[in-house]
Ligand binder design. Structure first.
Ligand code: ME8
Length: 491
């Protein structure tokens, strides 16, 4: 059995979940479920990033102790993911005792390797992004990533010899062309690494809300070092049983944190003598109705409100279907409603409803030669999913939904009877059965509802071939309801 280890970023608890964090988590869940469907031994990790200046400040604003604040906020994430049917195997919090001691052990290892030395950091710091910035990196005096104010920092700090790992990193990229995925994101990073790497600050003296640096208790460990280690602390590095899942098969992240994951993280792992992960996949960014999503603009979209309004599977589907592989995308309720009405109600819902109506009324034998298997290429869908291309995979599955609807129309099934009708129904039901298996990772509740109506058992990828149909039909109501225009929040 192949193992598969997939992770999301651990989210800062300064925000509650929004569609950005929900998107990453849903896409990762789809991939994790897909691998389970293929029979792999999967470990799927998500969690929360709870230390650092930003959290310290947010807890002060909330008038709470940082830990108390963290507890309240972390539970918002774990409960949101439950509502989204996320099947994570673990939920890591960086304030977990075990994580804290593993981080200390990890950084000690870098220290013992001679890769950490004392110095003084003088430069800029972006608190919302928890990032050290040089004068040259600033854009109009602000953070180049988020455009917010930066502040001048001058403090004693320990540094990690990132510069030492330039060649090893370039070798890693060279040997593993898909390490930085999608490939179009790799050029910029590789060029920056080729341009030379500066050692980075990995401890702070002015921030108390962090893990104590074991070599010098006046310092806390920089929140990004603490955070990245979650990917192995959750497996109980160094010798916990779950280390068999390492190296990670895919770290799924948003594009803004690609540098931390593709440069700093593997360099630290090299220093500790640990293998690099296999792939870092950076997806694009959601804007909302054409604008950047931000608290100050007041346009953060709440995934729980969305889900309560439209249903969890509709949102999971929309996430997978709307954002092209690795690109940015715009969220709008108008689009969401159009997809629900057009693709879920008209394409899939209608297909299942009319097919089961036909099948229920028919009392002959449901049997015939496969015809609807022609355009369906399960191997191709498998390849797309292996490449984390959920966008094209769902598109490919939808082709089969449309093909099946078209087949019913072309055959004018409602006019047929006898063996001829039995054969058409056979094709339609087998096609729907296979579709229900393939959409399972994307829309688990819908897949389950279809299976129940077909009266078939839970199936895996090996059952995605046309064979005999031996379900026991039990038709229910419509899978999805049409959304009226007036029901949309802003539509
Ligand atoms: O960066 N569109 O946490 P974070 C798409 N704690 N995805 C978005 C998004 C948007 N508009 N906004 C956020 C951190 N995301 C660190 C990570 S990992 C060791 C530490 C998603 O709460 C996307 O996955 O700022 C992005 O990378 C992540 O949320 C950032 O979450």
């Amino acid at each position: 059995m192949a193992k598969y280890y997939i992770t999301t970023p651990i989210y800062y608890i300064t925000d509650k979940p929004h569609i950005g964090t929900a998107y990453t988590t849903v896409i990762s869940d789809i991939i994790a479920r897909w691998h389970r469907l293929c029979g792999d031994d999967v470990f799927f990790l998500t969690g929360t990033d709870e230390h650092g200046e930003k959290v310290q400040k947010a807890s002060e604003r909330a008038g709470m102790q940082p830990k108390e604040f963290a507890d309240t906020m972390a539970s918002k994430f774990s409960s949101a993911w439950k509502e989204y049917n996320i099947t994570n195997d673990a939920f890591i919090r960086t304030t977990d005792r075990q994580h804290e001691s593993i981080v200390a052990e990890f950084i000690k290892k870098l220290y013992d390797a001679g890769d950490i030395y004392k110095g003084e950091y003088e430069g800029w710091y972006c608190t919302p992004d928890e990032t050290f910035l040089t004068e040259l990196q600033l854009k109009d005096g602000k953070c180049p990533e988020c455009g917010r104010e930066v502040k001048k920092v001058k403090e004693e700090s320990y540094f990690f010899r990132l510069s030492k790992y330039q060649d090893k990193l370039l070798e890693l990229y060279d040997k593993n062309p898909l390490f930085i995925s999608p490939k179009f994101r790799s050029g910029e990073i590789i060029n920056r690494v080729k341009g030379g790497l500066k050692d980075i600050s990995v401890t702070r003296t002015t921030i108390k809300w962090g893990i104590t640096f074991p070599e010098d208790s006046n310092h806390t460990i920089y929140v990004w070092v603490d955070a990245l280690v979650n990917y192995i602390s959750a497996l109980q590095w160094p010798d916990g049983g779950n280390m068999r899942f390492w190296p990670a098969d895919a770290h799924i992240i948003g594009k803004e944190i690609a540098w931390f994951h593709t440069v700093i993280w593997p360099a630290m792992l090299f220093s500790a003598g640990i293998d690099a992960p296999k792939k870092i996949f950076s997806h694009g960014w959601w804007t909302v109705e054409g604008r950047k999503m931000s608290k100050s603009l007041g346009n953060m979209v709440d995934p729980i409100e969305l889900k309560n309004k439209y249903g969890v599977d509709a949102i999971r589907y929309y996430f997978a279907r709307e954002m092209p592989f690795g690109d940015d995308s715009d969220f709008s309720e108008k689009n969401l409603i159009a997809r629900i009405n057009g693709e879920l109600v008209d394409d899939l819902g209608n297909l299942v409803y009319r097919s089961l109506t036909l099948a229920e009324r028919f009392n002959g034998r449901i049997k015939g030669a496969p015809e609807l298997d022609k355009g369906l290429d399960v191997e191709h869908i498998k390849t797309l999913m292996t490449n984390l291309d959920t966008f094209n995979a769902i598109e490919e599955i939808w082709s089969q939904v449309r093909r099946t609807n078209k087949y019913i129309n072309e055959k004018q099934a409602w006019k047929l009877n006898g063996e001829e009708l039995g054969s058409v129904i056979y094709n339609i039901l087998e096609s729907i059965r296979i579709i229900s298996v393939l959409i399972g990772p994307f829309m688990p509740e819908t897949a389950e509802k279809i299976r129940a109506q077909l009266g078939v058992d839970k199936q895996d990828i090996s059952h995605c071939k046309f064979s005999d149909f031996n379900g026991r039909i039990k038709k229910e109501g419509h899978l999805f309801n049409k959304i009226e225009k007036t029901q949309g929040m802003n539509a």
